[in-house]
Design a binder for this molecule. Sequence first.
Ligand code: UN1
Length: 521
Amino acid sequence: MAPETHADLSFLSRLGVKGVHIPGTSTGRHSLDPATGPTDPATLRSTTPVDGSLIATVSSTNRAQYDEVVERAQEAFRIWREVPAPRRGEIVRQIGDELRAHKEDLGRLVAYEMGKIVEEGKGEVQEMIDICDFAVGQSRMLYGKTMPSERPEHRLYEQWHPLGPVGVITAFNFPVAVWAWNAMIAAVCGDVVIWKPSEKTPLCAVAVQRIVARVLERNDLPEGIFSVIQGGREVGEFLSTDDRIPLVSATGSIRMGREVGRTVAGRLGRTLLELGGNNAIIVSDRADLDLAVRAIVFGAAGTAGQRCTTTRRLIVHEAVFDELKERLIRAYSGLRIGSPLDPETLVGPLVDAEAANAMQAALADLREAGGEVLFGGEVLEGDGYEGGNYVRPAICLAENHYPIVQEETFAPILYLMKYTELDEAIALQNGVRQGLSSSIFTNDVREAEAFLSAQGSDCGIANVNIGTSGAEIGGAFGGEKETGGGRESGSDSWKAYMRRQTNTINWGRTLPLAQGIEFDV
Ligand code: UN1
């Protein structure tokens, strides 16, 4: 089926992002920027991976515009930090309601600009709504501890204050939800947010910005509470090198994270890094294979393998290896690949030609190392696939030590390997430099608990009988080792967006010193 036959693109005009040139510092209220045009070299072209057509152009933020954004953000911060936290939560509640009203349109834009299927696009907007709800509650729970002082007539406690303007750098694959994880929590904490979205998905950010700006306007709040800057690496560097930005939260590749981490650490700023994963599922001989197959297909082929939580390695007990392999090949044969806007599709295109080339290169490396492609892997051409980067998800035989298996290729490639003893499986699972997500399928409580123990998975996320992807917002999200160590979203991740202050108050008439020190003058 040709993509255009089922493409109702009216959501683009409803979100205000169709066929326009959008300035690089969109505030939600601008329309056309007369100073720059589509011929400007610093113009981002947002094309859809559905068929490669141009949706709109967006100019990159230049240094002078960036400085203006930061100044506006600093001004907004002075106002926002004085708004009581539960009142900040009320603004976030209203943002959640606006997102509910735009869930369908925004979900479609995510699908159209990034290539994930509409169902997952809407799921991503739901993830934004969920974090709004979570943040509303959190706005009444920015708890500090009170400790007993060792001195009489003294009170000792700690409290949390906002940090200031927080930089949020996000990746193309979750073009709206990851911003929301950061921005909604940061907002209830009293911070203001400067967002640099991926240069591959600038329009999703513009659409979100417009939705949010309406809420700010309605509440007479400055638009500098949530700003967007657009562009590539150099625009990200504006944030990482700027000591007016106390925290930079960055999601993306390990290469990018290493650079941001190094630069921000150089000025003793803080980072929150959520970088690459190389996630594995262990399938035991005591697993429910029906559950396992469904979870593996969603985890490995869903989102065309472009989640940081995508299942990339499958470590299978030798007793069930052949059966599972056959069942996966059967399931993969039935995967409908096509336009992400078509409700029948399960696997959309890769984001761009570079991603499709990287997939081909990875499969070539795999073969060279001695591995084998058992199913799929090819680039799809012809009817319905013109102009897009459609590929068939691949199932491969591999060994963990192959250099390509040690890397995260952002494409639907699943590497199968065999194990005999659980210890060996856990060692394989941990035997990569990344440490984001992991899971085991087993009905044996001993195996499950061993996997979750300190000697088990070394990842930030470890699941039993569910896959590696599709985490809920309520838990802290992030990973260890080269994944960067940051935690976003739920649990107590809010603490990363605040500064802690310890206060000791002497309400007596004497001045006893701590540790019993006598120092009389
Ligand atoms: C990402 O790929 O960067 O757990 C985020 C998941 C989603 C978030 C993924 N909730 O798969």
